[in-house]
Design a binder for this molecule. Sequence first.
Ligand code: F6R
Length: 610
Amino acid sequence: MCGIVGYIGHQGASSILVDGLRSLEYRGYDSAGIALAPGDGSFRITRASGKLVNLQARLDFSDPTPVGIGHTRWATHGRPTEENAHPHRSADGKVVAVHNGIFENYLELREELSKAGHTFVSETDTECFPVLVSHLMSEGRDFAMAFREALGRVRGIYALACLHADDPSRILVGRSGPPLIIGIGEGENFLASDVVPLLKYTRRVIYLEDGDLAELRAEGVRIFRQDGSEVTREVHTIPYDPVSAEKGRFKHFMQKEIFEQPLAISNTLLNRLPIDGETLPLELPYTDEELRGFKRIVILACGTSRHAGLVGQFYIEHIARLSTEVDYGSEYRYREPVVEPGTLAIGITQSGETADTLAALKEAASRGARTLAICNVQGSTATRTAEAVLLTHAGPEIGVASTKAFTTQLAVLLLLAIRLGDARGTLDPALRAELLQGLRELPAVMERAVNQEKTLIKWAHRWQEARDFLYLARGPLYPIALEGALKLKEISYIHAEGYPAGEMKHGPIALIDQHLPIVAVMPRDEHREKTLSNLQEAAAREGRILALVTEGDTGLAGIAEDTLEMPEVHPWLAPILYSVPLQLLAYHIAVLRGCDVDQPRNLAKSVTVE
Ligand code: F6R
């Protein structure tokens, strides 16, 4: 989704803005631009379609102008052309704005402003904003008043930053929906859509709340509400090491993030595993009695996070014996959901900003559910709106395709199931001990899994030309088959389907021929024999089988063309472990096919529109 940056201070703004936009590239974009306000009554606006290098090539980085705003655009209204790239300006050239979100009433505003004699040059919804501000100023308001009034006139969602050519001592910003974060410096202040671009300059940040407006000057920041009243917001200190947002020795962020999983899991489990028989120290605001009072769980999420939710459903139903449903964030609120008393709605969202998941959680809350967010970004909207929060401590995830955020979500869901099982008395002590021991050993086992990379590179070479893939698994691993297929299609653009193995004969079997690679995830567990029968059916139709099995399992000889042996783990930990080879397979196929792995076409990291 679109990214916004801003800078006001004492250094040349252009390189800070472009650096910031580079840190936001992972969000997905198709054009970019910046505007500098040199204070001579005009702007220096530079925009380019395509990647940031195109913008960079047009910029003069020796320009000392110390104030500016920048934007990466992910097209929603209008094509990804230079004309539609932000910043947009008013026809009199005095006001510029960058915007993340959608103005739903932009056609009405455009019509009204056109009648008042203003002209428009782009196809975007955003352009009406600077034109409206300039129009309101022509009626006698000052910049801040016109900005505030214009925010009151637009309908929809926005994170916005705005500059006036005659008033370059401040950047005005507003937020309603998409995130906007202010970085506090010494004699300089920064603005960005997430914390990553800020880390290089400061760890002190303010998360603007919905309905906040702010005025950034070099010497300070003031925050207001829509009615003009001034408010104070907490200054948070970000714990991330800036280096964790760099690629290091890896070719892509995705590869780095796959390899970081042992550490991400270990950070996520830190201080959350009990010693001996002690209660699980999971930071939930519920007493045992309240946990026992939950009658039903509804998990709401999108994409990869929803796949984590499907594994969570197995964990919670099995370990805590609580009925659990999983729904798409984008569907839940449109089905008039029945929310019974005692429902806990769990939103799983890596970014904490996915519009559909946030709306689904809101819907559940409005129908009486308690709400819990499982999230990787502290301070994000999900963490600030849900009643309870469990953070995954994966560190910043830059690659658009989620990897370490996913496996840490699984780890948190397992901890949650154990906590619920403890409170409800449904967890067999022997199973509890096995799971906790398995979790303690998990980072080391994950290390062994990432070290299987060479084999997966070989597989990638062999299968990179395939037109389609089928992924099969059973039980808590079937969502991992869905996730493996999603990973492959989003970064390599190969069509892939994931299915519960038992479902294969109800349709997908028609696809099987000698050209179709079938990735089977089948550790030695209670489902193995049944999955094996399904694979035999596939082999009989000349399907090409690639199997992920437990070490020492030779039962696939003569059926599978390629076999990868994985370390033995408890079956409930297998979903976390077996995600790794599937991520590596997708990654290496995409690299061999020359795809833009970290920023796959059309995808955005944080989907802040419906
Ligand atoms: C795929 C991927 C997406 C996200 C989805 C939800 O690799 O990352 O499918 O999982 O857009 O995003 P979050 O978890 O931020 O709510």
